[in-house]
Design a binder for this molecule. Structure first.
Ligand code: C5P
Length: 397
């Protein structure tokens, strides 16, 4: 996705400038051509040498550079950029851009470009909340700039508040989403479920399963990065909520069903990667169940089979996590649940299934087409799936 993309990374004079090193590094590792522009104030916080070493490209700091090796036409980067990202962006650069100024290389590049621009404001809370900054941000949003909301936490000044630069993953997520806007799922509404449901026994305990949510999150991100409008319905997991994806957190199978029904009212695709409990305690004890002398028997009742019961014209794609007779069981589920495709997943095979970063699956469609994929990362599995989804949507219309 980021391979061979030219990303102009603008760095301004905030304490978070050091975090831009991580952003430049991860983008470069992902195959992007990262071209850094630093403002004069950014140079007070960090040196160009750091970025030059990481990106392998000269860093531009001056519009009037006389050193021939580093000299560059004032609009050159604006023309080659696939996307421009300013992280961190101070109140000052935001104000200058909002006024249409071109008084340094970064402002000039933004003014001259036709590429999408992402701005990640980072500053002291009072400066961020100042109505002038807010008006400038609103103006940029209106003009089509993407603004990444700063996160809240401890600030360099010692206080707590909003104004921190979000994690690198959030910023890279916004870049991927922007680059993927015209992908093969452009404008499609995709609902993805992820994680393992939790069925309460009492206020302290629940029946859960080993799903980590990694496969579902990878699918949601892959769909987002192809231009889809994604809703992720997730149980609590250890994973970070992805940028640019509407996320709803649920716990039980019943709660998940309610949210899936609402979310699919206008959906093109439902992809159920969640491991949904088949049974739930008949009653949930109001107080913590005390240990007694003997054993404890729980009465369980069936949960609704969400993917079978939810009705609509959208494509239905399910997962079959199996420990034996993988393909036969998966095919049975494909038919009995009325699915368009099922992703068969042997959770006992090495590097596959719960909690791992890789997966080995077989895609089986309603028309009998069967494709066994080798062991690959969950993101790669998600990309293969999205290739298929793109083709299937085309046929369904
Ligand atoms: O029957 P089994 O649980 O193996 O089916 C797996 C598929 O069905 C998955 O896509 C899962 O998300 C979905 N499912 C469901 N509602 C349930 C149980 C499973 O939608 N109650």
């Amino acid at each position: 996705m980021l391979t061979n993309k030219t990303i102009v990374l603008g760095i301004t004079g905030g304490i978070a400038a050091y975090k831009a090193v991580d952003i430049a590094s991860k983008l470069t590792q992902a195959g992007a051509n990262v071209r850094v522009i630093m403002t004069k104030s950014a140079l007070e916080f960090i040196t160009p040498l750091t970025f030059e070493s990481i990106t392998g490209n000269a860093v531009v700091t001056d519009m009037f550079q006389t050193n021939a090796e580093h000299r560059i036409n004032h609009v050159a980067l604006s023309e080659i950029a696939d996307v421009i990202v300013i992280a961190p962006a101070t109140a000052n650069i935001i104000a200058r851009i909002a006024c249409g100024m071109a008084d340094d290389m970064l402002a000039c590049t933004v003014l001259a470009t036709k590429a999408p621009v992402i701005i990640s404001p980072s500053m002291h809370t009072n400066m961020y909340e100042n109505s002038i900054t807010q008006e400038n941000i609103a103006k940029l949003k209106e003009r089509g700039f993407t603004i990444i909301e700063p996160s809240a936490g401890r600030l360099a000044s010692g206080g707590y508040g909003i104004g921190r630069l979000p994690d690198t993953e959030v910023i890279i997520g916004a870049i991927q989403q922007t680059l993927g806007k015209s992908g093969n799922l452009k404008g499609k509404r995709i609902v993805v479920t992820a994680g393992g449901t939790q069925e309460d026994i009492d206020p302290v305990r629940y029946i859960g399963n080993r799903s980590s949510g990694k496969m579902g999150y990878a699918i949601a991100e892959a769909a987002r990065d192809r231009g889809a409008n994604v809703t992720l319905i997730t149980t609590p997991t250890a994973l970070a909520i992805p940028e640019g994806i509407k996320t709803v957190t649920v716990r039980s199978a019943l709660q998940m069903k309610d949210v899936v029904v609402k979310a699919t009212a206008k959906a093109d695709v439902l992809l159920m990667a969640a491991a949904v409990a088949d049974y739930t305690p008949k009653t949930t004890a109001k107080q913590k169940i005390k240990k007694g002398a003997g054993g404890l028997t729980l009465e369980l009742v069936k949960t609704p089979d969400i993917i079978s019961e939810v009705k609509g014209k959208f494509l239905k794609i399910g997962f079959a996590a199996e420990t034996q007779n993988l393909l036969a069981n998966a095919k049975k589920k494909l038919a009995s649940k009325g699915l368009d495709m099922i992703v068969a997943n042997d959770v006992t095979s090495k590097g596959s299934g719960f909690g791992t970063d890789t997966n080995k699956v077989t895609l089986i469609s309603k028309d009998g087409k069967q494709e066994s994929l080798p062991l690959m990362s969950k993101r790669e599995v998600a990309e293969k799936l999205m290739d298929r989804v793109g083709k299937m949507i085309g046929k369904k219309r």
